[in-house]
Design a protein around this ligand. Structure first.
Ligand code: Z57
Length: 829
């Protein structure tokens, strides 16, 4: 029989053409084949969208080749693997990124030209994969790109939401949310794995049975759903490796429902089955706001259970002793959202694999690591015990057992300090008894990570102080990073070409530290000239987009000043808008001569507000109200424009960031864990106007405060200012512009009242008033620098030159070496 199988394999191999060919002619044939056989369109009659889809399928074929080879290679060499667990991934578009990472962009461009299409035009046909909210989710996507590029044997796991983050539609200046049914026209980037399925259980009871004289807990579930795998290949750049992002979709289970059919209510039982699919239906659109909803908990456990079953199955295929688990598997918890994994792994090891509790716990702690993205303790995730008890009764018991043992151990170390014990307990006894997911994640992991140096200091001295003092060796930080492949090579091709030209190499695309080499040309005027042209090209693209979106014509001579990110009070978009009102007010009161010296500005704001976040929604409306006033004031003309870019997402970011001169990052010091927008702008030669918060502190270290515009209270000052009050620090101009809003200068005064109240003296938690003076000064400094183009260009070059440290490659390598203990595993050519 072995001989037979071998003969069969040989015959199949001889039938294969070898690898797909990438010369333009072969690519054309492949694209046309997909038009005809995949899209079932006539090759003589197809539109841009169909052309995009056929193109995408031909790229997909090439991804699959590498992805197969990579997995065969991993399987054969058995390295320790990393599993990156995250409930959110903001992948954006895949086409351009894929062909660039595969190294066949030029060939595709030529192939399409010969067919009468333009690559860039077809790329615009693709919709974003928006399976996440903001920074945390885009970070996961950047990190997947780095894991693939650096050849790490890693898998990502996530949920395949059918509705991604809502689309933001602006009507009359108000945000409306529309469903993002992104799978409408099929998704060529995923591979449906109908045979990779697992049963996920919910509800039911826990029974105790006798197993060979030992008492054993058995969970008898009341509901089952099936998890189906959808695989998304992630190609590395400059390597053959392509790793996998496996997303789970919920389907009705075929088990357990036999009963229903026997009752005769056939139609209702079918309808009920369909309810299973709701689990992976929709992404929760709240950034940093956990509400203890049953469906959300169900999503979390559905994700955790399917992923762990898959991981344990793969481990058992290759190894037969759980002692080896920590040497072969690293499980990373991206925030607390997947931290039920700790209880689930314990359940599997103890209840199903019959390991002794202590042995299982030892294994679990070695396997898990955890990153927290949160700064303030109040924002940490909690799950009401009632909810957990009904949905996952066995897991609640396990969490209680973990906590009991932890509390016993803690008492031995710190004595009967009940205040501290209760602060550190995984179980919170309060009005609503709940589980503190961060405490569970910390207790069950061997490494706890922060996302910037400043964040780490806050964790150690405030948020997680008790835990840090107990286990200082567990705590680390790895400053976030972003991938230069997406944020320069894909989104800013002109800058990419310019950098490669002046560095004389493309090696920086895999090694961003080489960007420092740009400093060698800092005084070269030819270089400056080309640098200026690149920014101009990108500003033209952005200006066209702005006009198409909002009808506002903007001048390319103006400074493009951008703030794009989720709308949050702590990010202080309101400070920006009040600053714009101040600028407008100054212009109105200026005589004609002075106006001639003013630097014209195009202020651009974009971002989504969580649907239930009223104040954030009012900020969006205020932005529109102010824009309407300013943009229609002929007296002001091109000196000041304000545009709100609707539906900010990854692909809009690619356009906006490349075209920005100045970007704003205004969080009150001590509130942004890291911030990654800064890094994207930095890489695109856009100057930063920012507070010394999150990772900005490290950017200042790297490029120097004289190459950016830093303002505002420092983190040490913030606590004091809140305590002592800081009325004396609030400038008159602040009260003046706030009055303008209150008095209805922009209309809607009743609607804006509660928004104005949030920044009134004594109520101004985020310190807009006290920071206003310093903010206006920083803005003036930016204006001053802008009228000296030479100076501005140098600052811009030095920004890019100093951005190498903020590549996610550096972050990932650090995680691999210090946390996950994994080595590269490079698939041979
Ligand atoms: C999220 O996007 C972030 C933190 C959270 O706790 C949640 Br929930 C969502 C962000 C931080 O606010 C940023 O400062 C940080 O750069 C980003 O996560 C990535 O670490």
């Amino acid at each position: 029989r072995f001989g037979e199988r071998r003969a069969k394999a040989e015959r199949m191999f001889s039938l294969m053409d070898g690898f797909l060919k990438n010369d333009p002619l072969s690519l054309q044939k492949d694209i046309l084949n997909h038009v005809e056989y995949t899209m079932a369109r006539s090759r003589f009659n197809f539109d841009d969208f169909e052309a995009y889809q056929a193109l995408a399928h031909s790229v997909r074929d090439r991804l699959i080749e590498r992805w197969h080879d990579t997995h065969v290679y991993f399987k054969r060499t058995k390295p320790k693997r990393l599993y990156f667990l995250s409930l959110e991934f903001l992948m954006g578009r895949s086409l351009t990124n894929s062909v660039i990472n595969l190294g066949i962009q030029d060939q595709y461009a030529e192939a399409l030209n010969q067919l009468g299409f333009e690559f860039e035009v077809l790329a615009e046909q693709e919709g974003d994969a928006a399976l996440g909210n903001g920074g945390l989710a885009r970070l996961s996507a950047c990190q997947m790109d780095s894991l693939a590029t650096l050849d790490y044997p890693a898998w990502g796991y996530g949920l395949r939401y059918e509705y991604g983050l809502f689309r933001q539609v602006i009507v009359d200046g108000f945000q409306h949310e529309q469903p993002d049914y992104w799978l409408n026209f099929g998704n060529p980037w995923e591979i449906e794995r109908i045979h990779v399925t697992y049963e996920v259980k919910f509800h039911g009871t826990v029974e105790e049975v006798d197993m060979n004289g030992k008492k054993q807990k058995v969970w008898v579930p009341g509901e089952m759903v099936e998890a189906v795998a959808y695989d998304n290949p992630i190609p590395g750049y400059g390597t053959r490796n392509a790793i996998n992002l496996r997303l789970w979709a919920a389907k009705p289970s075929n088990q357990l429902n036999l009963e229903a059919y026997n009752t005769g209510d056939y139609i209702n039982s079918i309808v009920n089955r369909q309810r299973a699919e709701t689990i992976s239906n929709v992404l929760y659109p709240d950034d940093r706001n956990h509400q203890g909803k049953e469906l959300r908990l169900k999503q979390q456990y559905f994700f955790v259970s399917a992923s762990l079953q898959d991981i344990i199955r793969r481990f058992k295929d290759a190894h037969n002793n759980f002692d080896e688990l920590p040497d072969k598997v690293a499980l990373h918890l991206n925030d607390t959202h997947p931290s039920l994994s700790i209880a689930e792994l314990m359940r599997i090891l103890v209840d199903e694999e019959h390991l002794d509790w202590n042995k299982a716990w030892d294994i679990a702690c070695k396997v898990f690591s955890f990153t927290t993205h949160t700064v303030v303790a109040e924002a940490l995730e909690k799950i009401p015990v009632d909810l957990l008890e009904s949905l996952l009764p066995r897991h609640l018991q396990i969490i209680y057992d973990i906590n009991f043992k932890f509390m016993e151990e803690l008492k031995k170390k710190i004595g009967l300090d009940y205040n501290r014990l209760s602060r550190m307990s995984i179980v919170e006894e309060g009005a609503v008894k709940s589980i503190r997911m961060a405490n569970l994640a910390i207790v069950g992991s061997h490494v706890v990570n922060g996302v910037s140096k400043l964040h780490f200091d806050t964790l150690k001295t405030r948020t997680l102080k008790d835990f840090y003092e107990l286990w200082p060796e567990k705590f680390q930080y790895k400053t976030n990073g972003v991938t230069q492949r997406r944020w320069i090579v894909v989104s800013n091709p002109s800058l990419c070409a310019l950098i490669s030209k002046w560095l004389g190499t493309e090696a920086w695309i895999r090694n961003a530290d080489l960007l420092t080499g740009l400093r060698d040309h800092i005084d070269n005027t030819d270089f400056h000239q080309e640098w200026k042209m690149v920014k101009k090209v990108n500003k033209m693209r952005l200006a066209e987009y702005i006009e198409a979106m909002s009808g506002v014509k903007v001048s390319l001579d103006a400074m493009f000043d951008v703030q794009v990110k989720r709308i949050h009070e702590y990010k202080r978009q309101l400070l920006n808008i009040l600053g714009i009102i101040h600028r407008y007010d100054c212009l109105k009161n200026m005589d004609k001569n002075d106006r001639r010296k003013v630097v014209p500005r195009v202020c651009i704001i974009g971002g989504k507000a969580a649907p239930g976040y009223e104040i954030a929604k009012k900020i969006i409306k205020l932005c529109h109200a102010v824009a309407e006033k300013i943009n229609n004031d002929a007296d002001i003309g091109d000196l000041l424009k304000l545009v709100f870019i609707p539906d900010y997402n990854v692909s809009v970011a690619e356009l906006v960031i490349a075209g920005a001169d100045l970007s704003q990052h205004l969080s009150t010091a001590g509130h942004e864990a890291s911030g990654t927008g800064t890094m994207k702008f930095l890489m695109n030669g856009c100057l930063l106007l920012a507070t010394a918060d999150g990772s900005t502190v490290e950017i200042i270290e790297e490029i120097g405060s004289d190459n950016m515009f830093v303002f505002g209270a420092k983190v040490q000052e913030v606590a004091q200012m809140r305590e002592k009050g800081s009325i004396s620090k609030v400038p008159l101009q602040f009260s003046r512009v706030l009055r303008m809003v209150r008095d209805g200068y922009f209309g809607h005064e009743d609607y804006f009242k509660s928004l104005c109240d949030t920044v009134e003296i004594d109520n101004d938690f985020y310190l807009l008033g006290p920071d206003f003076g310093s903010y206006i000064e920083a803005q003036a400094a930016a204006d001053k620098a802008f009228i000296e183009p030479e100076k501005w260009i140098k600052m811009s070059i030095l920004s890019v030159a100093g951005s190498g440290r903020f590549s996610s490659d550096r972050t990932i390598q650090d995680y691999a070496e210090r946390t996950w203990k994994i080595d590269p595993c490079r698939c041979p050519l």
